[in-house]
Structures are given as C-alpha cells and as structure tokens.
Design a protein. Structure first.
Lengths: 490, 474
C-alpha cells in the first residue's frame, strides 16, 4: 500500500488540505433519520468505541459490537465492556454480513488488519466509518468501490464524548467523506446523522477532508498539544526545584497550571490568556515566547515536513512492526521523571496565582500555539483546521494533565499522538537547554520581583498589538463567535 | 438569667408548649419565630406568666415584664366591654378614656407624653379606649409597655398594623431601649428582625427545636431560608405553557418493569423485579447501601445501560425500540447526590433552574422570557431571589440541593425522582429539603419517587413502599 496523500498531484493535495468549514446548526435538522433503523456495528470497544456506541444507542439507533472470536471466548475486557452495557455482541461473521454501517473504532495500528478482515464480509453498498483518517491517508488503504467511506471524529477523548452527551450537549466533531468512496452520494447524510447521534452537532461540526484531518491532527498533537505540554512540564518542574522551590508546590503549579492558564485561552484566545498577566509580566511572557519561537521554529517545520512526506508515519509503522518497542520504552521513561513522581502538595493556589507565578507556562503555551498554527497554515492547511488542532484542543489536553499528570495525558490520547509527543519531547528538551539556564524563579514559581507594575507605554502598545494581530487570533475570534451561539451559556 | 427547663405549659387546653429548654442570658435579645400556629405567642406569653405549668420549671423571670400582644390587647378590650356591661346605672358609658389607660401603670410621664405626640394619639386622648381602631389600640398598648420601665419587654408582632412612620420610629426607639432593657420579640416575618437581636428561637408545633446565635452567619442564613419556605405563602410556580409535554395515556402506568435484572460479570445486583408505578402514585423506595436502589432508578431514567436489555415500559415507550433518551427524560425530574457531583458548572442559579426545562447539565440554548420568569418564581420560593446570578458551584451543599430540586420540578414532570435528597445534609438543611419536598407533594400532580434509607426522613403523603434487601423485593 502506498501513502495515499503522496499519490495525489499537488493541486489535489492543496485542495484537500484546504477543506474545512464550520457547519450551521440548521444543516442538521434531519437529525438521525439517515441512520434510523440501520444496523450499526462497532468494531473496537475501547474508550471511543464504547462511548460513541452508548451515545448513538441513546439517540435511538441500533448499535451492536463485533469482537474477534478470542475476545468473546476469553471474555476479555472489550467483551465485558459491551456486554455489561447491554449491547448485542457477536463475532465478525455474525454481525458484519448484515451491517449497514460499520464503525471502525480500533487503534490506528490495527486498522489495516481489521479492514482487510472485514471488507470481504461487508454487504454490498454498506458504509465504513472511521474516527481518524490515518489508515486511508498514510497507509493508502483501498476500500471496495461499492462501500461508502466516511469519517466522524469527535475532537475529545471518549470519556468526554459520553460525559458531554449525558449533560445534554456534545463535543466539537469533524466529519468528512472520502471522495473516492462515495458511490451513492449518501456519505455526507450518513456522517451528519452520525454526528447528531453522538451529540456533536450541538457543540459544532467541521466539514473537512480525510487528508486535512490527518495532516493537521498529527501536527497539532505532536507539537503544541502533547509535546509542548510534556516538555514544558518536565523543564519547568526541574527548574523550580533547582531554584529551591518546594517540589510539592512546583508539582502542583505545573499539574494544574496548564489547565488554569489554557482555560483563559479557551474563552478569549492568546489575547485573553496574556491579559490575565500584569503588564510587566505580560511583556516578559511575550519576550520569552518570542525567544522560544525563534529556537523552536525549525523543530515545528521538521515535524510538519515529516508529516507531509509520510516520514513520520513510516517511522511509527516501523515501531508497530517492532512491537512498539520505542513507544513502550519512552512511556516507561516518562513515568520515571521527577515531575511525574512528585505528588502535588495540598497547599491552596489561587486561580490568579497560576498566572502570576507561571509566566513561563503562559509563554510556552503562546509560543506553541502560534508556531503550530503558523507552520500548519504555511503547509497549506486552512486556518480553521489549524485553529482547532492547535489553540482549541490545548485546554482539553491540559485537563488530562490536571487529572493525573503526564500519565493520564498519554493514556488518554491515541498511541499515534503519544508516539509523536515523545518524538517532539526528545528533540525539544535539548533544544531548550541553553534557554532554560537563563530562566529564574521570577518567571516560574515565584512571580516577578517588582515593587510596582509600571511599564513603558510604547512597549506595552507594541506588545499588545503583536499579540492581537496574530492570525490565530483573527480566525479564533470568528470561530469562537460561531461556537458561542451553540455553546453553553456560562 | 431566665431559664426554662423541660417546661410544659397548657393554655386553656387549647394549646400546649412541650418540653421547652431555653436560657436567656443577660445582654441577650431574642427573636421568637416559627410558622403560624407553631406556639410563638404562647412561648412569649409564658414569660409574662400566662398558662398553667404542667411540668418542668421556669426560673429567673424578672418581676416587671411588659407584654404587648394581640391576646393582651383583646383581653383589655374585653375587660372594657365587661365594665360597660356591668354598669348598672342607666347612663351611656363611654368606657375608659385613652388617657386613663395610658396613665395606669405609667412610670415615665414625660416619655408617655412624647410617645403620644410621636404616634399621633394626642387627638384621641379623651376618646374611649374600646372605640379605637385596632392600629390605634396597638399604639396605646405599646405606649403602656414602653413607659412601664419593665425589666423585660416582650413584644408579640409589634410592627403589625403600624403605619410606615410609626414603624420607623418604633424600630429606632427599640434600638435605643435595647441598650438598657432585655427584649423578646415575636415576629412571623423573619426579614423584619431588628439589628439588635442577638439570638433566634425557632418554635415548631409547640416545641423549641432550634436556637440560633445570630453571629453564626451560616446557621442564621439557613434558618432564614427554612422559615421562608415554611412561612411564605408563595405557590409552586406553574409549568411553561409553551413547553407542553406530549400527552400521556391517563390509564397507562407511568413505569412498568417486568422481571427487571441488573447483572455484571461477577455479580447480580437484583433480578426478576416487577414494579408498576401508576399515574399520581407516590412511592418510597428504601434498602441498605448496595441493594441496587440507584441502579433501579437508572433503569427508569435510562441512565443505566442495561435498560436496553430489560422489559421496561416508561411513559408509553417500550425501551429499545428506537426511542431517544431525551424522549424519556422529558417526563422525569431527577435529583441525586451523583447529579450534584456532576453539576460542576459555574452557571448562575437562574440558568441552573432553567436547565431543567432541557434536561441538561448547564444551559446550551437561549432561554425564553417565560422560562426566566418561572425560574425567578422558583428562586423567590426558595428565598434566593437576590442570588439569581450567583454561580452554582459557590453555593453551600444544602442550597445546591434545593436549587436542583427546583430544577427537577420546573417543568412539572409526571414523575419526580428524589434519590436520597437528604444525604450528606445537616439537620437544618435536611429540614429545608423536606419542607420543599412537602410543598411539592402538596402543590402539584407529580408522582414522587422518594429514595432513602433513613426512617426519619419520611415524607407525609407517600403511601407506597418498596424495599430492596439482599436482592429480594419486599
């Protein structure tokens, strides 16, 4: 199988990368009708598989789970998950031959094997759905011509997909139709009904393409979302301990600092996050972020280049063949880091204190978001996609660190994201070694040591202007405006 | 120090105070409050020597106690009438003039004169006392009490029937008097409580279950709310006429479980359970922890995934036949501790109540003016009108519970499920929740399904009981 993206001419590559449109709520007025009465069979009963299935069933749809014979015979966890939740469970042979829609929600690395196994069993004219386009785009999987291929990708961990649905809401969702496999022209209707079934339409749906989803998703998760947060956690914690700050405090400031600072990002972009700082702290954070961007720009470009050429995916697939040797080794190393092993103290840290004492945390978020956005858009990814895969998702990942540090983040994200996260961290930590020697506790751990908050007017105007005029802020304010119309009134 | 010790007092066999323990220390000023008919006035009158002691003791009451109350007012007027009737002379008696009534027992003529002017009684001084209006009589009574230099001043509803100017004056005067004279004041309306009051006694059904020190702000606020719920005459707000639920078959059961079973790989929570809830039928469900009470409720609400593999018919829907969970939830109001844990949003109280219209946690749609108005009526009922925009997650645990009950009831669902609504609450908040639930049971056509394991939390008006124990239905 060849990398599908690389088989396309440049013109088509750019056209596919440029697909991303925020859909209007009234485009979903048909609800789940396109799927009503159809037999939906889920393959893979992990977090996405189980939780999407629960939502779809609660929306009135017919959902069952196909498991491998061994999983059923040995009553493995996937069998327990499906059975205890009252779903019909059967073998591939029992369920797939009559399925109208097959939801492939297995991990990326199983896709080729799973799809090759199930394709011959699927009935003529059925639909195959993915939640991630890696298999189609990076591995070049060819799907039988009569089968409709769609993607419905909730932009949140499976547990959130369920939790938001139960609350009466949903999570932002990306949908796409694989143009090469839409024989009856029904792909979009099915994808929309599926998004309604999971509650995604209430939170906002982006109409994208398989290619745009894969190339932007990989870039975002490797760099700002997981890589930058992991790198920043390790560096900031070690620096604070070197500076003599109580490790329990340092651990807490980092564990919850990402979540608290990016909450401000979620509501009002980089501008609002920076506005939470005092004026002198804002100027300092701005300068640090400019320095970081200069140091890291080449690294971001390299990640994007490797994603575009397929070098990243072929490297990771080689590790799949090697039984995930690298991934598992890196995962074990992360568990042994000082940050991971130091429990957060039980001291009170006020919300504002996370900003005041976490100037470097804010600077790292700003630098990472802006660089990822700049790199993606320079590579032909449309601003909407780049926004969602950088700024928008950062608070979601930050929440996972708040729950149980890096372990939780890496356990929640896909293996693909985790692999990319470690790649980034291993390159980024040494790159920032010199930079970190110049850092003292005034920007991480203690807050600026100033007697008053006076600043130079001209400099402040300059800094504010630079923050506000960044392109991620322009598209962000438009998209947050759309979202606010649909989103919870808080 | 005045001390009532296990005191029971009978009032003409019409009313009894029972087992009262109460201590009034020097320097304290008390407010007695409670619902109508609870015994507030009786407790106040005991201090003035009224009633027949049945048991227990009362000690330390000073010699000179001045009591102003409707009862005393009525007695005085009745006495005036008797004088009239007893008059054997064939002359028309005018009765005792106001001036004479005031002067009898007066210890401070200067004060009396100034009070007469201040309260506008000067033109009435020669008129017969019994010909005064109720408000005027009340003023005379007040002047008598205030000028008698009492060692203890007991005022039962002193602000009732006073015009605005007199009211303001009296409040100011009492404030000054409080510096020298201990006071016990009876008020039905808690929000009129004067600033100098240091303690509040709450009377309920002839007993004194609760004394709160005003400096304890939290206890004071809870008492305020409780009394508001007990004493306000607000109705349960109506449903939103624009959001009518689909009509239910009035003869069909709301809920019918047939052979309900919840089973996990390694244990069975319960099995073979049959249960029918008819319209307008309220149930109490009890059983020890782990007996499956919450599981059973979740089968009804659709929150338990095994609801799809059980014989469940709810609100006319056979579960697992293509209905959506929102079609089920629209008929149910639901409150539980778990819901409270999940309801972690910083949304304001008004929006939390409105979210009950949409069965959502948090509010995701623009609300209508009607929805807002109904939510505000609920807040008024809860005594939280001024807190509509306060973030929900900053409320006390008990207040959150009250707001969630209002949220559950806002759409007047055919079925209200209260899963251990008093769990984790202290006595005061428990009383608050029960007071609200009782009002709901009285004031609506909702079937209540009340779940608890505490015997003392029984709600009046619930006659059907289901007990889960060791997987056995009793």
């Amino acid at each position: 199988m060849a990398n599908y993206f690389n088989t396309l001419p440049l013109r088509a590559q750019l056209a596919e990368l440029g697909k991303c449109r925020f859909m209007h709520l009234d485009e979903f007025s048909d609800g789940v009708e396109a799927l009503r009465g159809k037999k939906m069979v889920v393959i893979g009963c992990g977090a996405q598989g189980l939780n999407q299935g629960l939502n779809l069933r609660d929306s009135g749809l017919d959902v069952s789970y196909a498991l491998r014979d061994e999983a059923i015979a040995q009553q493995r966890q996937s069998w327990k998950n499906a059975t205890e939740n009252g779903f019909t469970v059967g073998t591939y042979e029992e369920l797939l031959t009559t399925a109208d829609v097959v939801l492939n929600l297995t991990p990326d690395k199983q896709h080729t094997n799973v799809v090759e196994t199930i394709m011959p069993m699927m009935k003529h004219g059925a639909c195959l759905s993915y939640s991630h386009g890696f298999n189609i785009v990076e591995e070049g999987m060819q799907i039988r011509d009569d089968i409709t291929v769609i993607m419905v990708a909730p932009k949140c961990p499976g547990s959130e997909v369920r939790a938001e649905y139960v609350r009466g809401f949903g999570v932002p969702t990306l949908i796409a139709v694989h143009e090469d496999n839409d024989p009856n022209g029904e792909g979009l209707a099915l994808a929309k009904a599926y998004a309604v079934g999971t509650g995604g339409h209430k939170a906002g749906v982006l109409m994208s393409s398989f290619i745009a989803e894969v190339k932007s998703d990989l870039m975002g998760e490797q760099t700002i979302l997981c890589g930058m947060l992991q790198t920043g956690s390790l560096l900031c914690f070690d620096k604070m301990v070197d500076e003599g700050i109580d490790p329990a405090y340092a651990s807490k400031l980092i564990q919850y600092g990402w979540e608290t600072t990016t909450e401000a990002l979620k509501y009002g972009g980089v501008t609002n996050m920076m506005d939470r700082l005092s004026n002198p702290a804002k100027i300092r954070a701005f300068e640090l972020s400019e320095e970081l961007k200069d140091i890291l720009r080449d690294l971001y470009n390299k990640h994007q280049d490797d994603i575009m050429t397929g070098a990243f995916s072929s490297g990771m697939m080689a590790d799949w063949v090697d039984d995930d040797a690298k991934l598992l080794g890196w995962r074990a190393d992360t568990a042994e880091t000082a940050f991971e092993k130091t429990a957060a103290g039980d001291m009170e840290i006020a919300e504002q204190e996370y900003f005041d004492n976490g100037i470097l945390v804010v600077a790292m978020v700003k630098a990472g978001v802006e660089l990822a956005f700049e790199t993606m858009t320079a590579a032909g990814i449309i601003a909407e996609s780049a926004y969602y895969e950088s700024l928008h998702e950062t608070p979601l990942i930050a929440n996972t660190i708040a729950r149980k540090k890096l372990y939780e983040m890496n356990a929640t994200i896909s293996d693909t994201a985790e692999y990319g996260c470690y790649l980034y961290t291993h390159a980024c930590v040494p790159l920032l070694a010199d930079f970190m020697t110049s850092i003292t506790s005034d920007v991480i751990g203690k807050g600026l040591d100033v007697t008053d908050n006076g600043v130079d007017n001209a400099r402040l105007i300059e800094v504010n202007e630079a923050i506000r005029s960044h392109p991620v802020e322009a598209i962000g304010s438009v998209l947050r405006g759309h979202m606010a119309n649909m989103k919870r009134i808080v | 120090m005045i001390r009532l010790d296990a005191l029971s007092v009978d009032f003409d066999e019409r009313f009894q105070l029972l087992d009262i323990d109460w201590t009034i220390r020097p320097g304290e000023h008390w407010l007695i409050t409670g619902a109508n008919g609870s015994g507030k006035s009786a407790l106040a009158a005991v201090l003035a020597g009224d009633g027949d002691v049945l048991s227990g003791s009362i000690e330390g009451v000073p010699e000179r106690v001045a009591l102003v109350s409707y009862e005393r007012q009525a007695e005085l007027i009745a006495a005036e009438r008797r004088k009239d009737d007893a008059d054997i002379l064939d002359v028309i008696s005018e009765g005792t003039p106001v001036a004479e009534i005031i002067e009898g027992g007066c210890e401070d003529l200067d004060l009396a004169r100034s009070l007469i002017d201040t309260l506008g009684l000067r033109p009435l001084m020669s008129r017969a006392f019994r010909k005064l209006s109720t408000g005027e009589t009340r003023k005379v009574m007040l002047i008598r009490a205030l000028t008698s230099r009492p060692d203890l001043l007991v005022l039962d509803e002193p602000f009732d029937g006073l015009d605005h100017d007199s009211l303001v004056w009296l409040q100011g005067h009492l404030r000054k008097l409080a510096e020298t004279t201990p006071m016990v004041i009876v008020l039905n309306r808690f929000d009129e409580c004067p600033d100098f009051v240091t303690h509040v006694a709450f009377v309920d059904d002839g007993r004194l279950p609760l004394c709160v020190e005003r400096a304890d702000e939290q206890a004071y606020a809870e008492l305020y709310q409780f009394l508001h719920l007990k004493t306000s005459d607000l109705e349960i707000p109506a449903a939103d006429p624009a959001a009518q639920l689909p009509a239910l078959d009035p003869d069909a059961p709301l809920v019918q479980l047939t052979g309900a079973t919840v089973r996990y790989t390694d244990n069975t929570v319960f099995e073979g359970l049959d249960w029918t809830i008819e319209p307008n039928q309220s149930w109490q469900l009890s059983g020890p922890n782990g007996s499956g009470k919450t599981c059973l409720l979740q089968l009804i609400t659709g929150d338990h995934p095994q609801c799809y593999v059980n014989g469940i018919n709810v609100f006319g829907y056979q579960r697992g036949t293509g209905e959506s969970i929102w079609e089920i939830k629209q008929f149910i109001g639901y409150v539980s501790t778990a819901l409270q844990w999940e309801y972690t949003v910083s949304t304001g109280l008004r929006n939390v109540i409105i979210s009950g219209f949409h069965d959502s946690i948090g509010l995701y749609t623009k609300s209508t003016d009607t929805e807002k108005a109904i939510a505000d009526e609920w807040l008024a009922l809860l005594g939280m009108s001024d807190r509509a925009d306060e973030p929900f997650n900053r409320l006390s645990f008990g207040d959150q519970r009250l707001v969630l009950i209002a949220r559950a009831m806002v759409k007047h669902p055919p079925l209200l499920i209260l899963d251990e609504p008093c769990l984790g609450l202290d006595d005061m908040n428990r009383q608050l929740v029960l007071a609200l639930v009782e009002r709901i049971c009285l004031g609506s056509e909702t079937s209540v399904l009340y779940v608890n394991h505490r015997e003392q939390d029984r709600v009046t008006g619930i006659d059907n009981h289901l007990t889960l124990r060791d997987n056995i239905v009793a």
